[in-house]
Ligand binder design. Structure first.
Ligand code: F0G
Length: 482
């Protein structure tokens, strides 16, 4: 269903669900937030959830379950081996994707671990439309390298291009010619391309890219973790697909790939993961990893209760009313802020609203982590937890120098079915306040820098006393209890 129309007021996004269970929120007084931020080493990953008002870090594992998902948990068949829940899950995925060979995993990066472990040899190239942090880390750990062949429009922050997640077919051809098809372990296309702002890839582009791969005998892999938003965008933005059902589109997409994997922390509103392998022999070859790294073949590290809920969640992902919610709320947030002059990644994608931190923080060099500083400031000024998606989230180059991100973003994730419109309005208001006070935000530097995935556990400090000064300006406007 499209957005609900209004009679006598401007239309606003409408929640297509009602609240049955709630969790009370806590807004710490402003100065206490500074103490918490210092304890967390200016890293929003290290904050305690109880100290956060609006947790927009991620949509991973924090999406609201439906009543039907919760009630399904009661029928979970707890068994180490041969759980009936597993077979129900496998059958549901086969119904949706047309592939019945399911390797269950505990989450998305476990799928990436196993796929990389099986296919990547030192020196191999892996073609991607764009990398995701964990998908790249698994490849480089094994001595492979990632070629990101996103279309140029994908990295243009302010744009109205409908499918910024598309891969550039000419760059793919050139890459195959340069690397040689035999050196390319696989082509991984990511639906709802996370690190460029949850931007979709079109069906047409997936079809052309996978055709190209197949012509050269290259294995094709879909990361379907963010497929649900991508499905909404294909249905609403791709002319040739608008009369197809979400189920039909999903099946057409799946048919293009040899392997489909997903994080069920996103796809299916629960927690878990899975790899669907088309080829029977390949499936059996990959099976060995599951008992070794994940759990027995019929649960793969997942709670059987979550699996039972996911079976319903997968069906809900095929419901247009449900999957349009995220993109509609995100679009509202992006459009409002863009209209107020705040540099946003446009058009609004899935997953969350993304602030173009490079533009907002023009006064800071990339060495001082502009997106990291902005996201820390947003917690100080509003209790909102976003996620840095810029240079901090990159790994250093082998020579130790910084690898500057092509896009510096602050991501404000919209976990599905979680936040209301008034909460969204609050976020819009605080982001605008911060934008108007952006010149008060200074840089950050590492005091503890892990070698791998440093953004998760690294600790930083401000380069000056800018947090104190910024907070005093905030208190002058809103009072110290907010
Ligand atoms: N692929 C994509 C596109 C993802 O967005 C994620 C996770 C993964 C794979 C890994 O899945 O977390 O279950 O191991 N994204 C989360 C996020 C972490 O916050 O965007 P996972």
């Amino acid at each position: 269903m499209p957005q609900i129309k209004f009679y006598n007021r401007p239309a606003v996004p409408m929640e297509m669900h009602k609240v049955k269970i709630v969790q009370k929120l806590n807004l710490l007084p402003a100065r206490q937030r500074l103490e918490k931020m210092k304890e967390a080493g200016f890293n929003t990953f290290l904050l305690h959830n109880g100290d956060i008002f609006m947790d927009m870090l991620t949509d991973s594992g924090v999406n609201a379950m439906s009543d039907n998902m919760q009630s399904a948990m009661l029928r979970a068949d707890d068994a180490y081996a041969g759980s009936e829940t597993f077979y129900r899950m496998r059958d549901k995925l086969e119904e949706i994707f047309g592939i019945g060979n399911l390797l269950p995993t505990h989450q998305g990066r476990a799928c990436e671990h196993i796929i990389a472990q099986h296919f990547v040899k030192p020196g191999n190239c892996i073609i991607m439309n764009y990398h995701f942090t964990t998908s790249k880390a698994h490849v480089t750990r094994l001595g492979g390298h990632v070629e990101e062949l996103i279309i140029d429009e994908g990295l243009v922050t302010k744009s109205d291009y409908p499918f910024k997640g598309n891969i550039d077919l000419e760059k793919v051809k050139a890459c195959i010619a340069k690397e040689g098809a035999e050196n390319i372990a696989y082509m991984r296309l990511e639906a709802g391309t996370n690190l460029i702002g949850g931007q979709p890839i079109s069906y047409e582009n997936m079809k052309a890219a996978t055709d190209l791969a197949r012509q050269h005998g290259i294995l094709t892999v879909l990361d379907a973790s963010l497929l649900q938003d991508n499905l909404h965008f294909i249905k609403t933005r791709e002319e040739s697909m608008k009369d197809k059902t979400i189920r039909e589109i999903t099946r057409m997409i799946a048919d293009l790939y040899d392997i489909v994997y997903f994080s069920a922390r996103k796809f299916g509103f629960g927690r878990g993961g899975g790899i669907l392998v088309r080829d029977e022999k390949l499936f059996h070859d990959m099976e060995d990893y599951i008992p070794m790294f994940e759990g027995f073949l019929t649960y793969g590290g997942m709670s059987v209760k979550e699996m039972e809920a996911l079976i319903i969640g997968f069906d809900e992902t095929m419901d247009e009313d449900i999957i349009s919610q995220g993109p509609i709320f995100i679009n509202h947030c992006v459009t409002e802020l863009d209209g107020m002059g705040v540099p946003m990644i446009t058009p609004g994608g899935g997953l969350g609203a993304h602030i173009d931190a490079r533009q907002v923080m023009e006064h800071l060099p990339q060495e001082q982590y502009p997106a990291g500083a902005l996201v820390a400031a947003l917690y100080l000024c509003g209790g909102i937890r976003g996620m840095e998606r810029g240079t901090l989230s990159e790994e250093r180059n082998p020579d130790g120098s910084e690898h500057f991100a092509s896009v510096e973003m602050v991501r404000l994730a919209f976990p599905r079915r979680v936040f209301t419109l008034s909460q969204t309005e609050y976020v819009i208001d605080r982001v605008k306040w911060l934008y108007d006070h952006r010149h008060m935000i200074g840089g950050l530097r590492f005091v503890h820098e892990p070698k791998t995935l440093r953004f998760f556990t690294g600790k930083l400090e401000p380069v000056s006393d800018w947090p104190e000064k910024l907070l005093e300006a905030y208190i002058a406007d809103f009072g110290e209890d907010q």
